[in-house]
Design a protein around this ligand. Sequence first.
Ligand SMILES: [Zn+2]
Length: 91
Amino acid sequence: MIPPRPHDLLCDATRPQLSALLDGSLDPDVARTLQLHLLDCRRCRARLAQERKLRVALARLRDATPAPDTLRERVSEAMRRAERADLEPAR
Ligand SMILES: [Zn+2]
């Protein structure tokens, strides 16, 4: 077990802010702080990229056909898996 470092705690704090940033619903001051963090945190950059990719995929699906609940569940499960995998080196 590796105890979380302060930086990791910061990363955890940014997690809910990433989707708000993509929504454009984030407070401008918070967004600026988040963007500064993204500049020197590869992990959060990767997470943001992943979140953006998922949104594009979801939007595409939404346009095509209404997503059944099972698909929605599979997508959120995939997102949880992606979050757990975010310690892997970014490509
Ligand atoms: Zn981070």
